[in-house]
Design a protein around this ligand. Structure first.
Ligand code: 2P0
Length: 359
């Protein structure tokens, strides 16, 4: 690392199809169950982070979406400390290209999301993955870094890889085996599409970290899910992904999302992340699939009301039109939707009737 070096990287959001909810160790961020996600493409929802280092900087500082934030937050400090430790170890290994002197320089970090922050769209996942990856480039650190990203935010470890990624629960108390691992690369299922329906772009009322703490303390459903249900669901999900079986993938995804929100409801006091519009979308997806007697579309919801829809390219144009019919977009959104080139597909009257909602 040289004085005055500036590095910019970006990292995409990942969407869990088997959800992580609950920690067995809050400090190291170790989960109560394994999870599995799909990392979006780089040019979709992402964080871009620029880090500069200079001997002229007096202290480490961070700006997120243009606003300075507290660099002393313990999770940021964990990532910085761990990356500097790895860099020092590497310098100690005798690589002269990475002088130890540069490591004493302070860093200025500037991070921006191209989507709403903290609205249940996995901003902490792309944010911490990007921070750790950019630091690794700056410090010349290579190798398995998902354990460092995990200490920033649990779901961030999964954004360190593309494609289909599992975060293994691990068994060790020090967390060294609680790592992300690619199940299949991004090229594995090229027909798979992800559609994000932003129901509400505001910050969520109850953050994931405190929400899951309350769930761990109070929800017996969470305990049952973690101890008895998730490992079977993970096996089935991996089989569905490996064989590109959309029907199984979609059903498992929807069931896991519903189980996660049931756990939130079983938390005391209960946590409500879904809104009336979220529930209308759930209903719309089930009516749509029922109409075709086939699972063509699946939903999943994280810690917020926004829907993430999975489908295959062949079904996308019609489904987008169905969403536009029942939830007419505002004029600025029309512009964006034009980019999807789906204008020409009409929605049949029988399908509209099958969904049975008022637009
Ligand atoms: C997930 N979520 O697997 C689940 C589904 C939200 C619902 O990971 O405390 O922001 O930073 O480890 O990673 C959100 O939790 O929580 C999350 P921390 P994180 O994507």
């Amino acid at each position: 690392m040289l004085d005055g070096t500036v590095i910019t990287c970006s990292a995409p959001v990942n969407i869990a199809v088997i959800k992580y909810w609950g920690k067995r160790d809050d400090e190291l961020i170790l989960p109560v169950n394994s999870s599995l996600s799909v990392t979006l493409h780089q040019d979709q929802l992402k964080t871009t982070t620029t880090i500069a280092c200079s001997r002229d900087f007096q202290e480490d500082r961070i700006w997120i979406n243009g606003r300075e934030e507290d660099i002393n937050q313990s999770r940021l400090q964990s990532c910085l400390r761990e990356m500097r430790r790895l860099a020092r170890k590497r310098s100690g290994d005798g690589d002269p290209a990475h002088g130890v002197a540069g490591l004493s320089h302070k860093v200025h970090i500037c991070s921006v999301n191209n989507f709403p922050t903290a609205a249940g769209l996995a901003s902490s996942a792309s944010g911490y993955a990007c921070l750790v990856y950019t630091l690794s480039r700056l410090f010349g650190v290579e190798g398995e870094l998902s354990a460092v990203a995990r200490q920033g935010s649990g779901s961030a470890c999964r954004s360190m890889y593309g494609g289909f990624v599992q975060w293994k629960i691990g068994e060790r108390a020090d967390g060294k085996d609680s790592l992300a691992e690619q199940v299949q690369p991004e090229t594995h299922w090229p027909e798979l599409r992800v559609l994000v329906l932003v129901v509400n772009a505001q910050r969520k009322h109850i953050g994931s970290t405190s929400g899951m703490q309350t769930s761990v303390k109070t929800s017996s459903l969470l305990k049952h899910r973690a101890e008895c249900l998730v490992s079977g669901q993970m096996d089935k999900m991996m089989r569905a992904i490996n064989t590109k079986d959309f029907s199984a993938f979609g059903e498992l995804t929807m069931q896991d999302s519903n189980q996660f929100h049931a756990t939130c409801l079983d938390t005391y006091p209960p946590i409500f992340y879904l809104s009336d519009v979220s529930r209308q979308i759930i209903n719309l997806v089930h009516c749509y699939n029922h109409h075709y007697r086939e699972i063509k579309v699946a939903y999943t919801f994280d810690a917020g009301p926004n829907a993430v829809i999975f489908t295959l390219q062949e079904h996308l144009p019609e489904f987008v039109q169905v969403v536009r019919y029942f939830f007419p977009p505002e004029s600025n959104e029309e512009q964006f939707l034009k980019g999807l080139s789906v204008d020409s597909v009409p929605v049949s009257e029988s399908l509209k009737a099958a969904i049975g909602m008022e637009p």
